[in-house]
Design a binder for this molecule. Structure first.
Ligand SMILES: Cc1cc2nc3c(=O)[nH]c(=O)nc-3n(C[C@H](O)[C@H](O)[C@H](O)COP(=O)(O)OP(=O)(O)OC[C@H]3O[C@@H](n4cnc5c(N)ncnc54)[C@H](O)[C@@H]3O)c2cc1C
Length: 565
């Protein structure tokens, strides 16, 4: 008889662990416990089922208990909750949720993959039947049935994380007017503010109402409508609410079994996914892992890490050594036709962790501009000021965001530098990219900064300056300014005229050159410094500046003199 392995939780991490264990060991006795009806279902597809992009509910079922059992010779017990683990006796207690029967099962090894549950705040009215959460298939059935039958006119999505945004998109696609209520000053917390600001503008353009720095305080009913009272003091009357304000690791079993749990509630594991008990492993949304860049404890709610950890835990449980070296939190979300992605550390995380960093912004075409359909990609690259090691990236755009974020995620994993990004040989033909891919361009710009070829000033440094300190030079053409506006008080000198107009400039002043995205400003900056002027380049150009303007105004109202209203 082989080893007896119990797997608790049958979706991303658990099902992967059980299948991997079987592939490694034909003799093992493997029992998979799942509290719900479904194993290995596509949580990530749920918003799209509600939005009817995925039309057939069966498509959400990646496999069934029967199929997994047959193919892998796994004893799959659905509707069965593990209610206790006794590490001394090396047994678990399980409860059949259909019959109420409880029983014990001994083990050699356990892999815990219980996931995380949506946070449901203890607010008045939170249990009303018009307030929904989305974690599993029954949740999505409830939301879909409500939208199908009640035809709500207005929904409020509380929380602007990726699930909230996906829900908002799918509700809008179903014809439901939607308001996003977000406690922070931005959606998509892994992004830095100025990148999220691009998303804010887009969401508003798509007709969504964005209520930032506002949260739900309580819920009540008025006839058949739902009232959401907000922290800003006003009420919103709507027809349904989707709560997506975050998740918390399901750690009850682990805690009661005496396993160590981190400050954020994640089950503590080492790189082999072993918990504080040598025979119990844990994976997925329930665990606390190492952030690859900062080295600090973190947790993710992402399917990729959960699957990989399931595989690694199975390896180690069955005596093979393999390691999970940390997470980059690489994430991507579709919002209508926009794609938003991030990997590695954000600027705010590095600031909090006191890790030195430098930032560059680039705006490049998704493919050659002369081939139809090229779209602009806004990229923020975060790198070490000493070595140039890539620490993080954030990308917002329409086409080609996915492959660039994956290249950059790979670069971070490979400890590559911005100089390596310059050299990457990436696939090019006009429909796909340019001879200089946006990733190469980000590398060029970042290495220009490190080599001192350009002195950058960033949107969030402008608040410390006054009109007496600096003069902006806008290097764009007149028609661009007419369309997009300019920074108040800036001198307008199109780049091609700059050399001729140098005699009109003052060597005692400090100039900040800017254009739309930074490329012409870099040229202008080089002309200025090589002619003895003090100059800096507004990183990311007018586009980054204008997106972040709201924030600049808020941080530094006294500097409004040189900001256009
Ligand atoms: C709506 C939605 C959209 C998402 N979209 C994406 C996406 O686009 N990309 C991405 O990377 N990630 C996405 N995720 C997150 C991703 O699904 C999770 O990170 C991943 O499923 C975590 O895997 P897990 O195995 O840790 O937990 P889960 O997949 O949540 O599985 C845990 C299972 O354990 C069961 N369980 C818990 N306790 C017990 C117990 N005591 N006994 C028996 N069974 C138990 C639960 O019933 C549950 O089915 C999404 C999640 C949701 C909800």
């Amino acid at each position: 008889m082989g080893i007896k392995l119990l797997v608790i939780g049958g979706v991303a991490g658990g099902a992967t662990a059980a299948a991997r264990a079987r592939r490694l060991d034909e003799q093992a006795e493997i029992i998979l416990f799942e509290r719900g009806e479904h194993i290995s279902f596509a949580n990530c597809g749920l918003p799209y089922y509600i939005g009817e992009v995925i039309k057939d509910r069966n498509d959400l079922l990646v496999t069934t208990a029967k199929k997994l059992g047959e193919r892998y010779n796994i004893d799959v017990r659905i509707f069965t909750e593990v209610v206790a683990i006794d590490p001394i006796k090396k047994q678990i207690q399980a409860k059949n949720l259909k019959t109420g029967e409880t029983y014990y099962e001994s083990y050699d090894k356990v892999i815990l993959a219980p996931g995380a549950e949506p946070v449901r705040p203890s607010l008045d009215g939170v249990d009303l039947d018009t307030i929904f959460n989305l974690r599993n298939i029954p949740d999505s059935d409830r939301i879909k049935a409500y939208v199908d039958e009640k035809k709500p006119g207005l929904a409020i999505v509380v929380g602007g994380g990726y699930i909230g945004l996906e829900m908002a998109e799918n509700l809008v696609d179903r014809g439901v007017k939607t308001i996003i209520l977000e406690m922070l000053d931005q959606v998509m917390a892994p992004l830095d503010y100025e990148m999220a600001a691009i998303v804010h503008a887009y969401l508003r353009r798509k007709g969504l109402q964005l209520e930032l720095e506002n949260s739900a305080k309580s819920f009540s009913k008025k006839g058949n409508r739902t009232i959401v009272s907000t922290s800003k003091g006003f009420d919103i009357e709507c027809d349904m609410v989707v709560l997506s304000i975050g998740i918390k690791p399901e750690n009850k079993l682990a805690k009661e079994a005496g396993l160590k749990v981190g400050e954020r509630g994640g089950i503590k594991v080492d790189a082999t996914m072993r918990t504080s008990d040598p025979d119990i492993f844990a994976v997925g949304d329930a665990v606390e892992i190492r952030d690859f860049v900062s080295g600090q404890p973190t947790s993710t709610a992402l399917a990729g890490p959960a699957n990989k950890q399931g595989r690694i835990a199975a390896d180690n449980a069955l005596g093979r050594r393999s390691l999970f070296k940390g997470t980059l939190g690489t994430a991507i979300v579709k919002i209508f036709s926009m794609t938003v992605a991030s990997t590695g550390a954000s600027e705010k995380l590095l600031k909090r962790s006191n890790i030195p960093y430098t930032v560059s912004y680039t705006h490049s075409g998704s493919h050659a501009s002369y081939y139809p359909g090229a779209e602009l990609i806004a990229m923020k690259l975060i790198f070490s000021p000493g070595s140039g090691k890539v620490l993080g990236a954030q990308i917002v755009g329409k086409g080609g965001v996915d492959k660039r974020i994956d290249v950059l995620a790979t670069a971070i994993r490979g400890s590559m530098t911005v100089y390596d990004l310059e050299e990457l040989e990436l696939a090019y033909a006009p429909p796909y990219s340019s001879a200089k891919d946006p990733v190469n361009i980000a590398g060029f710009v970042a290495s220009n900064i490190l080599k001192g070829d350009v002195e950058n000033i960033y949107w969030n440094e402008l608040g410390d300056l006054t009109a007496n300190d600096i003069t902006f030079i806008d290097l764009r053409n007149r028609d661009e300014i007419e369309k997009a506006g300019m920074i108040e008080g800036a001198l307008h000198i199109p780049l091609n005229e700059l050399r001729n107009k140098l005699p009109q400039l003052d060597k005692g002043k400090r100039y900040i050159a800017y254009c739309a995205v930074g490329q012409r400003a870099y040229m202008g900056h080089r002309i200025l410094v090589q002619n003895g002027f003090r100059s800096a380049n507004l990183s990311g150009g007018y586009r980054t500046y204008i997106g972040a303007k709201e924030k600049i105004m808020k941080e530094s109202p006294e500097t409004r003199i040189w900001l256009s209203e």
